[in-house]
Each structure stands twice: as C-alpha cells, then as structure tokens.
Design a protein around this ligand. Structure first.
Ligand code: G3P
Ligand code: CA
Length: 335
C-alpha cells in the first residue's frame, strides 16, 4: 500500500506532507535550566525531533552550549569568588556588555560552574545549582544515543573570528567525527549572520537555516535589514545558500494580527520555515490564548502552535516540546 502511495505522490507533494519538526529550544527550557543535559534529556523524553544548542567557545577553543558568551544570567559565575577578577566589559556585535565571558574560561574552569534559570520570576529556581555547562560534543552524543537530531546555532561568529576563536571549524569537525556532515544528516546549522552561513555553505553539505528577527539587521552588516531578506528578491538570495529560514514568529503572525505572506513567499523561493519561539506562559502568548492574569500561568500554547501549523510552517522552536508534540500530532490526526 505504501509503495502504491509512493507511486501516486510526486516528490514535491511527498515533501509537503512531511510532519513539521518539533525543535526543543535550548532543550525543554521551560521546565529545566536552558542548555543543560537535563533540559535536553527531558526534551527527548517528551518527543522532540531535534535539540537546539546555541554555541560559543571556551578559551581553549571548545564549543559549549550557551545562548551568549556572557554567562552571568545562566550560571552561578557571579557568586564564585575565585572568578570575581574575570568580570570585565567588552563590545560584542557593537554593544557594550559587562560580565563574565566563556572565552575567558578554560573548559575545565567552566565545568566547575552550575547552571541557573534565566527566567526565575516566571519559571522558578528549583533546578538551579544542579547541572553543568555541556559541551557540543556531549549534546551530540546525547542526541545520537537517543536517535534525535541536533540544531546548533553559531552565536556571534564574526566576533569570535575577530578574537581568534573561529567556531565553524570545531563545529564541522564535531559533526564530521560522528558522520553527521552530510545533507541527509539529522542536523540543521542556524545563524543570524549571513556571511557566516555563506562560508559554511562552502564547507559543508549540512542544511543551513537563516535566522531572522522581527526588527533590525544581521550584525555582520551583510544585508541592510531582516525585513529586506523577506522580500521575494531577498528570499531568493537566501535560497542560494540556505535550506530554510528561522523567523521570529511575529514575522508570520504578530499576536492576533492578520498573518503575513512570509510562509507562502518562503515556500515559493524553495525555503523551509521554522519559526521561534513558542512558550506556554501567559507572558508570551497573545491575549486570546492566555489563562487568567498571572504572567507565570500557562495558557493555550497548543492552540498557538496550531495556528502556525495551519499557516504551513515546516517546524518550530519551543521551550515546551511536549506541548509542541501534542499540537503537531493533533494536526496530523485531523488531516
Ligand atoms: O535559534 C532560534 C532562536 O533560538 C533564535 O533566538 O535568541 O533564542 O537564540 P535565540
Ligand atoms: Ca537559538
């Protein structure tokens, strides 16, 4: 029967019928401190298809999973007296940032820190102090052990090139080491920067995703604005090096507003669409999907995700993979 179906369905139609992928944003980061093995493990248990590490390097050039290289929001570094002297101020992508930076710590030093919740007022602190900062290699090993994919993001790649800690080479080396350096590997590499992705296009067959924010422009200055990238010409240019786009969800539908044509326009350019970030707390939901007035309370995230699935997205980033799996599977049953 499946063979007959395959004969009746053209390749393009088959792709269109593929299930959207559930990408665990920083792991199950709504329930565990982000970018920890505990967060990724819970995401896998909840059925995520991909786990997402943002990547920055240590002083000794090892890639670790952190959203930014300044680590005082997500680790206990600020209360560790032995590292008090490492506090400093740097210019990162044109902005002054004060704190403690991964590139000033060896991996051995970073491993002595413990992760903490980024959003304690919304998500509590029950799991603070329990988990290490994982390396990219540890995240890949976890994914392989459990049969899920990885969706790494290069954070501040131009900045790291400028200080002699280029991150593409260790990223690609780690993927090559496990045989995940092909186009059909369960891997997507994402970046907000344009030239970083173009350089990666010349070095790997792994699928690349151009991230886009609702405002502003890529920090490498390669394109005038993210908005310019969403025009038909802009999307065509992205399709020359990327497999898909990762837009802020507001670029597809801003709360209760009428949806934009971005999904259709991207598909017309041959690009997949993986928006971010879907979160259960009222604080992040449009008014009609909130439950009560407490910003910490969980509203109807499954309904929000359903709205975007209806618009044709090919996957989505969520801090709550279980809700994502439920929403994706409900739509599958309804088809
Ligand atoms: O990578 C998708 C999404 O994670 C981009 O935003 O800031 O959460 O890394 P951010
Ligand atoms: Ca990310």
């Amino acid at each position: 029967m499946l063979g007959l179906l395959a004969l009746l369905i053209a390749p393009g139609q088959a792709a269109a019928m593929q299930d959207p992928i559930v990408i665990a944003h920083r792991g199950a980061s709504g329930l565990r401190p982000e970018h920890t093995i505990a967060s990724y493990t819970l995401a896998i248990e909840q059925g995520a298809d991909f786990i997402e590490p943002d990547l920055v390097p240590t002083k000794d050039g090892v890639l670790v999973a952190r959203h930014e290289n300044e680590i005082s929001e997500t680790t206990d570094v600020a209360v560790r007296p032995e590292f008090a002297g490492r506090r400093t101020t740097k210019t990162i992508d044109g902005a002054q940032v004060s704190g403690w930076f991964t590139e000033d710590f060896t991996l051995a030093e970073l491993k002595t820190l413990r992760a903490k919740e980024r959003l304690p007022l919304l998500r509590g602190t029950d799991h603070d102090g329990l988990y290490e900062v994982p390396t990219f290699a540890e995240v890949v090993a976890l994914a392989r052990k459990h049969g899920v994919g990885v969706y790494p993001e290069t954070k501040h790649p131009s900045y790291f090139v400028s200080i002699g800690l280029e991150t593409d080479t260790p990223l690609l080396a780690e993927l090559k080491k496990v045989g995940w350096d092909r186009a059909d590997a369960p891997v997507f590499i994402q970046s907000f920067e344009v030239d970083n992705l173009k350089r990666l296009k010349g070095r790997t067959a792994v699928r690349l995703i151009q991230l886009m924010d609702a405002k502003g422009a890529p920090s490498d200055g390669a394109v005038s604005s993210y908005a310019a990238m969403t025009t038909p010409e802009g999307l065509k240019a992205v399709a020359a090096y990327a497999y898909g786009i990762g837009p802020a969800k507001a670029m597809i539908r801003d709360g209760e507003a009428v949806p934009t044509s971005l999904v259709a326009d991207a598909h017309a350019a041959g690009l997949k669409v993986h928006p971010w970030t879907f979160r259960a707390e009222n604080a992040f939901l449009p008014a009609s999907l909130r439950s009560g007035l407490d910003p910490r309370a969980h509203g109807r995230l499954d309904e929000e995700i359903a709205r975007y699935l209806e618009l044709g997205v090919d996957g989505f980033f969520t801090d709550f993979p279980l809700d994502g799996v439920h929403a994706r599977d409900a739509r599958r049953r309804a088809r």
